[in-house]
Design a protein around this ligand. Sequence first.
Ligand code: FES
Ligand code: FES
Length: 162
Amino acid sequence: MNIQIDFTLNGRAVSIDAPAHVTLLRLLRDYLNLTGTKEGCAIGECGACSVLLDGRVVNSCLVLAPQVSGRDVMTVEGLAPVEGAMSDLQAAFVKYGAVQCGYCTPGLVIAGEALLRDNHFPTRDEINDGIAGNLCRCTGYQQIVDAIEQTARQRAAAQVKE
Ligand code: FES
Ligand code: FES
């Protein structure tokens, strides 16, 4: 049986009919055509499906779509300042070689963004803690931590100039 789910997605109001048992991950990918959010394990262990729900990182494979009714969801697509562009953090992932196969990248960008919103000056240990729920089989994490650390520095420098 389908139900109507009304929520805010990447800053826009969305109203969609979907089966009550569908996960947020499947709602995003299959019903809303937002394929930036990836499915890895589908059991809450890899973080590839990370999105922000009311500003907090969640594994969208573990959230049922009706649970987001009336709430705010942000996916990796919502981080770009304009459609088709990259956020500063995404650009840093590219610049510092934090992307190899790229499968983990959307989830790690979401986790990194959540961390930087909470903590403007994270240490490398805090960055490691912030991305602990996101697995990457390719990079060894060093470049990912570099990208997040450099984005924090860049944002701090931009604030000083303002
Ligand atoms: S796909 Fe959701 S945690 Fe792995
Ligand atoms: S870049 Fe391949 S899993 Fe992270």
